[in-house]
Design a binder for this molecule. Structure first.
Ligand code: XMP
Length: 515
């Protein structure tokens, strides 16, 4: 699926910012790939890179067993840039020296650089940078010179221009280094010689050709959820394969208001994709009857989805590939700084295990893209904003927002409240400022008074969060009048709710969904 252009390889030393480095390189319209730090030089060469970036990381090069790259990375014949820990690796491995600096440096510093031509071209001589390090370069390796310094860091930037090896102690990839994007663009354009013409348009062309080559005369099946990733995958695959793509959309009765209609309208009517619409509402609700434990709900829904999907696939006859909207962050082999397995917080519902079960080959046309690139691709392919900018929605749908038992009437109540919340967020022009907004129906009733009548009805909780990647999240600060409008409308328009709460829990400790 890779563009024919030569990529920039980011070697990941466990940095929290490795993905950001790869993103910034792509912002400069150059394709980038993240690889674990311990790949061999031969494996790197196999990608035919235009340059290599060594990321930062939590380790110290002075510690025994510190992660180090294959030394062959410095003799690949392509430029190398080391960032923070990567810069210290350059000093350490090429004959300089690194020391635990007496003054640890975290936060904003000011860099004075001495190179206005290549690496720092167009960057003000005195510029803000972001530092986060304990060790520092104490002596330059032979052939290097210092190209920038801060008050606390004598070798904040270094270079051996003959060998095209560069190091920076600061982090050019973060927003607190305002000229950082410029510096990385200089590296990939001026030093690595990348043309900077990797665009979504060029991705569509190369991805289409790659899909056609991989699939040959085969048939492809895709589970379409209506979320951004599977939607973009559907349209891209349809562009490449036409009627050899079949999408299956399962209405599990746990969807938001208008969702089944939107999916049919966009994919079947507009794009003319072969879309099988399966109404499995009763089957899902029967399976969920009496279940209120969150994990039991998730497992019941996941298992039944596989059953239903299997039946549909069976009915189609010969299928060769199962397509999935897997994204790049899911496939990057992450390097754990601490080691050890992570605990399961929730068993996520997706189609991960399906290809093996169904004896199908896997097709992942988005596996090289970040989320915002998928949105850009969706727009390029002509998907409507309503799908491209949709908030994420969990596989088990409204079931994990219907706290307690999931019944048809409770789902209808929840669906109506959710639609009002989203509509008011849109009306206030806040939809894109929010990562995800949702309503939970709580298994609690409260006393209220409406039109002089006593009521004893259900309670709902509104949740809206900001986030970069759903790993952490903060609650969204609404103007009070928006919350007031939502609360009034829900209590007036939704029959069985008489009390509305706003959830002010960040993640951690809360998760985004309630279950
Ligand atoms: P939590 O609740 O764990 O959610 O903070 C993080 C993000 O993942 C979404 N989510 C899911 N997505 N299948 C999915 O595809 C699932 O089973 C699932 N559960 C949660 C959630 O909406 C949020 O965006």
């Amino acid at each position: 699926m890779q563009d024919k252009q030569r990529p920039i390889i980011v070697l990941d030393f466990g940095a929290q910012y490795s993905k950001l480095i790869a993103r910034r390189v792509r912002d400069a319209r150059v394709f980038s790939l993240i690889l674990p730090y311990n790949v061999t030089a031969a494996e790197i060469r196999a990608h035919d890179p235009a340059g290599v970036i060594l990321s930062g990381g939590p380790a110290s090069v002075l510690a025994p067993g510190a992660p180090k790259p294959d030394p062959g990375v410095f003799t690949l014949g392509v430029p190398v840039l080391g960032i923070c820990y990567g810069c210290q690796l350059i000093a350490d491995m090429l004959g300089g020296a690194v020391e635990a600096s007496g003054r640890r440096e975290y936060g904003v510093a000011h860099l004075e650089h001495f190179d206005g031509r290549g690496f720092f071209a167009g960057v003000a001589e005195y510029t803000q940078v972001w530092m986060s390090h304990g060790d520092a370069v104490a002596a330059l390796p032979p052939g290097f010179e210092t190209t920038g310094a801060t008050e606390n860091c004598a070798h904040a930037a270094l270079a051996d221009e003959t060998r095209c090896i560069y190091g920076v102690q600061f982090h050019p990839e973060v927003a607190h280094t305002p000229q950082g994007g410029r510096i990385l663009a200089n590296f990939v354009h001026n030093i690595c010689g990348c043309p900077g013409d990797w665009t979504m348009g060029s991705f569509v062309e190369s991805a289409t050709a790659a899909i056609q080559e991989q699939v040959g005369d085969g048939r492809v099946l895709l589970a379409l959820s209506g979320g951004v990733d599977s939607s973009v995958a559907a349209v891209l695959l349809h562009r490449a394969l036409g009627q050899r793509l079949t999408c299956v959309f399962v209405n599990n009765g746990l969807l938001r208001e208008g969702e089944p209609e939107l999916v049919r309208e966009v994919f079947r009517d507009h794009f003319q994709i072969d879309l099988r619409y399966v109404d499995a509402e009763d089957r899902f609700l029967n399976r969920l009857a009496g279940v209120s434990d969150p994990e039991e709900k998730r497992k019941a829904i996941g298992n039944l989805f596989i059953e239903v999907f299997d039946e549909e696939a069976e009915a189609l006859g010969q299928v060769d590939f199962l397509a999935q909207g897997t994204l790049y962050p899911d496939v990057i082999e992450s390097v754990s700084a601490t080691g050890g397995p992570s605990v399961t917080i929730k068993s996520h519902h997706n189609v991960g295990g399906l290809p093996e079960r169904m004896n199908l080959k896997l097709l992942e046309p988005l596996r090289e893209l970040f989320k915002d690139e998928v949105r850009a691709l969706g727009a390029e392919l002509g998907l409507p904003d309503a799908i491209v900018w949709r908030h994420p929605f969990p596989g088990p749908g409204l079931a994990v927002r219907c706290v307690g038992e999931v019944t048809k009437p409770r789902l209808a109540t929840l669906r109506a409240a959710d639609a009002i919340f989203i509509e008011e967020i849109r009306n206030a022009g806040l939809y894109r400022d929010i990562w995800q907004a949702l309503v939970c129906l709580l298994p609690v009733r409260s006393v209220g008074v409406q039109g002089d009548e006593r009521t004893y009805e259900e309670v709902c909780s509104l949740r809206a969060v900001t986030s970069e990647d759903a790993m952490t999240a903060d609650w969204f600060r609404f103007p009070p009048e928006v919350l007031q409008r939502v609360s009034n409308r829900i209590c007036n328009e939704v029959k069985h709710i008489n009390r509305v709460l706003y959830d002010v829990t960040s993640k951690p400790p809360g998760t985004i969904e309630w279950e």
